[in-house]
Write a protein that binds this ligand. Sequence first.
Ligand code: ATP
Ligand code: MG
Ligand code: MG
Ligand code: MG
Length: 564
Amino acid sequence: MRTSQFPLHTLKESPADAEVVSHRYMLRAGLIRRLAAGIYTWLPLGLRVLRKVEQIVREEMDRIGGLEVLMPAVQPAELWQESGRWEQYGPELLRVRDRHQRDFCFGPTHEEVITDLVRREISSYRQLPLLYYQIQTKFRDEIRPRFGVMRAREFLMKDAYSFHLDQASLEETYARMHEAYSAVFRRCGLEFRAVRADSGAIGGAVSHEFMVLADSGEDAIAFSDESDYAANVELAEALPPEGARPAPAQAMERVATPGAHTIEAVSTFLGVEPARCLKTLLVAGAEGGLVALVVRGDHELNAVKAAKLPEVASPLRFATAEEIAAAVGCGPGSLGPVGLQMPVIVDHAAAHVADFVCGANEEGFHLRGVNWGRDLPEPRTADIRNVVEGDPSPDGRGRLRIRRGIEVGHIFQLGDKYSAAMGATVLDEAGRSVVLTMGCYGIGVSRVVAAAIEQNHDEHGIVWPEPIAPFRVAIAPIQYHRSAAVREAADALYARLCAAGVEVLLDDRDVRPGVMFADLDLIGIPHRVVVGERGLGRGVVEYKRRGEAEAEALPPQALLERLG
Ligand code: ATP
Ligand code: MG
Ligand code: MG
Ligand code: MG
C-alpha cells in the first residue's frame, strides 16, 4: 500500500477523554473513531490489526477441531426466557421491540442461540463431542464504557461452545481449549497469565480467565512464578486445595487489626444504605489485605468525620487524592488495589483521603465493593479476599505476586445449566435420553488489540508485536516527489518486498521527513526503511527496527534478504 491510496488519519494531540495509553494511541494513530459512547468505527489501519488477531484466533480454533458458524446478533426474547436470563441479565442486556411488539435483545453472548441450534440438529451421542465457534459482534450496555475498545458496548468477540455426552469429554475439550488460548495470546506477542476465576453470571463451576498483565487492567491477579498457581484475587483465597488454605480464624488474625469493620457496620454508622451511599471501593491492598473506601461528597465525608465509631483505632488523617496516588504509584483517576499502604477513604468532591480501616467479618474477608466513585474504575461487585503480595503460594511453591490484568479471554465448564433449562438432549448408546454437558469459551478480539498496545508502546507511539502489526515494513523515502533516484529506489524496494509477500506501506506523501517519521513511529510498524539520496550515493538504505534506537545502513539486497 501507498499512503496516497491508504491515507493515514494520525492526530498530533491526545483526545482529552482518553485515559489510558491504548485508547490515546488508537485514536492518534487513526485505528478507530468514536461514534457514540462505547461504539467505535474501525478505520482501515485498525481493521488490519483486528483482522490479524481474528485470523490467529480462527487458526487456533480450527486446529483443535472448532467448526465456524455465524449466529445472528439479534436474538428473540423467548430463548432468554427459557434459560431464565431475560430476568437475570439486568440492564447490560440491550432489549429492543420489533414492529409487531415482539421482544428481542442484541446478543451479549450466545449460549441460548447455540443451545437452541444443537437441540434441533443433534440427536445422537455419535455426533459428539462438538465444538462450534464464531467471531461476531456483541453488544453489552456497559454501565461505564471506557478505555476505547477495551470496555466498549459494541465489540468483537470470538465465542465458542462445546457439547458433550459427559463431564470427562468436556474436560478433554476444556484442556485443549486452554492450550489453544495460550497459543493465541503467545502468537499475539502478549505477556499473559491464565488464572482461576469466578464464573459469574454465566454459571458453572470451573473457569479460567486469560489476563494480559498491564497496570491499566481492571482486575487484580495473584500468581507464583515458581508454579502454575494463578488466580483472580477475588478467588485466590477461596480456590486453593483444601488443607493448603488458611482456616478462616487464622486469616482473620492476620488482618483483623483493631478497627476492622464490616461494610455493614460502616454503612450503619454512616446511616446510609451500602448500595446507595457508601460508594465503596474495597480492594485488597498489597500490604496486608488493606482496603480503600470511597465516599462521595461533603455530606458523606462529614458523616465519617463526625462519627464516633468506637472501633476506629486511629484518628482520621487527611491526604489529597494526588498524594495517595503518588504513594500508590498511579494516576489519581485510577487508584487501585496494588500497592496501597494504608486503607483510605477518598472523598472525590473534596479530593480528600482519610485513613480508615475496614475489612473483615466473621466469615473471613468477604466484602462487597458496590461503587467505585466518579473517576475510579467502573462499579463492580466483587468478593475481596485476603491475599497479599509475598504470601506463600497455596500449592507451596514460590510466593504470590499481585499484578493488574486485562481479561482478554475466559473459558467455562458450564455443565448442564443451559442444556437442562432448554431441553437439549441426545440419545446415548443404550438409547436413553441424556442432557448435554456444555462448555463455553470467549476471547475479546477487539480488546486484545487494545491490550497489545498497553503492553507494547513507548513515548512515540505503538510498538506492534510483529504478528499483529498492520504492516510489517514501512518505506520512508526522502524527497520522493523531487528525487528521481529516490523514487526509483523506493519503488523498486516496494515492488520486490510486495512480490516476496511482505506487507509494506510506502509513505509517498509530500511531507517533511520529521512528520513522516513521527507518524510511522506512532502507528508502530515494526521495520522502517529510509531511502534517501545520501544513502543511495553510498549504495545503502537506512534500516531501523521500531523500538530500537540505532539505525543500520544496509544495501537494498541485504535488506530484502533480511525482510523477505
Ligand atoms: P469483564 O469482566 O471485562 O466485564 P466479562 O467477564 O463480562 O468481561 P465474558 O462474558 O467473560 O466478559 O466475555 C468474554 C470476553 O469478552 C472477555 O474475556 C473480554 O475479553 C471480552 N469482553 C467482555 N466485555 C467486553 C467489553 N465491554 N468490551 C470489550 N471486550 C469485552
Ligand atoms: Mg462484563
Ligand atoms: Mg470478567
Ligand atoms: Mg469473563
